[in-house]
Design a binder for this molecule. Structure first.
Ligand code: PEP
Length: 252
């Protein structure tokens, strides 16, 4: 077991209004009251961030944004800036989720800027990477992950890397019910740590939390968390029900 504190993050995507989020917390906060050494993060829509932040202020639950623009302000209709998120007390931000890359054309170049600006503004970025089914079949998994990591982290140094969280999310496992086996998830997470070590040094790489994401459920979290280089999970579908997500958080 590593001494890295596990992170279990729930990505609500475009689900849950403020009313629904409040009802969720009514159940969830009691269920995770005794979590011990695990960081719990909920990632709601922008409109829910502020309310969720105040409803969780007396708990250990953190609240993260699902995206952020790299500019401080400007003519970018529909976007949200770092100071806007900071103003409402947000300290964590998911960047480069595969749905953002696929449906909203986010590129590695955009993400490199977002990571730099996030760190500059004092956020902890959760940078996502992962391969498609076709890329895995074609033996291109490592090449894709390496490119996403090296481009996304191009503007930062070893000291900053410790604040970054990486989420390995094989696209073929997201929302499909097909979880990567613990062996596949571990093999790729180990590869990610090796890439980070080669680029930033072994000490910095050892501090980075690497999360697995892709159909994580109460039934498979324990075996995934038993793997050496898996330091937590980014959970989509199973984070939408308070009881399921609480079971994942209480994986021990
Ligand atoms: C995700 O969206 O980040 C995710 C991992 O989704 P799911 O758990 O539903 O596969």
């Amino acid at each position: 077991m590593s001494n890295r504190t596990p992170i279990i993050a729930g990505n609500w995507k475009m689900y849950k209004t403020n009313v629904e989020a409040a009802a969720y917390l009514d159940d969830f906060l009691d269920l995770v009251a005794d979590i011990g050494n695990v960081e719990v993060i909920l990632c709601p829509s922008f409109t829910v961030l502020s309310e969720l932040r105040s409803l969780t202020s007396d708990s250990k639950v953190r609240v993260a944004a699902q995206n952020m623009h790299f500019e401080q302000e400007g003519a970018y209709t529909g976007e949200v800036s770092p100071p806007m998120l900071k103003e409402i007390g947000i300290d964590d931000v998911v960047l480069g989720h595969s749905e953002r890359r696929e449906y909203f054309n986010e590129t590695d170049t955009d993400l490199a800027r977002k990571v730099v600006e996030a760190l500059k503004a004092g956020f902890r970025p959760i940078l996502c990477c992962g391969e498609t089914d076709e890329e895995r079949e074609a033996g291109q998994t490592q090449e894709k992950i390496k490119r996403q990591l090296l481009s996304g982290l191009a503007g930062i140094d070893a000291a900053q890397l410790a604040t970054v969280v990486i989420a390995y999310e094989p696209i073929w496992a997201i929302g499909t019910g097909k979880t990567a086996t613990p062996q596949i998830a571990q093999e790729t997470s180990k590869f990610i740590r090796e890439i980070l070590a080669a680029q930033f040094g072994r000490d910095a790489a050892q501090q980075v939390r690497i999360l697995y994401g892709g159909s994580v459920k109460p039934a498979n979290i324990k075996e995934l968390m038993a793997e050496e280089d898996i330091d937590g999970a980014l959970v989509g579908g199973a984070s939408l029900a308070a009881s399921d997500f609480a079971q994942i958080v209480n994986f021990r």
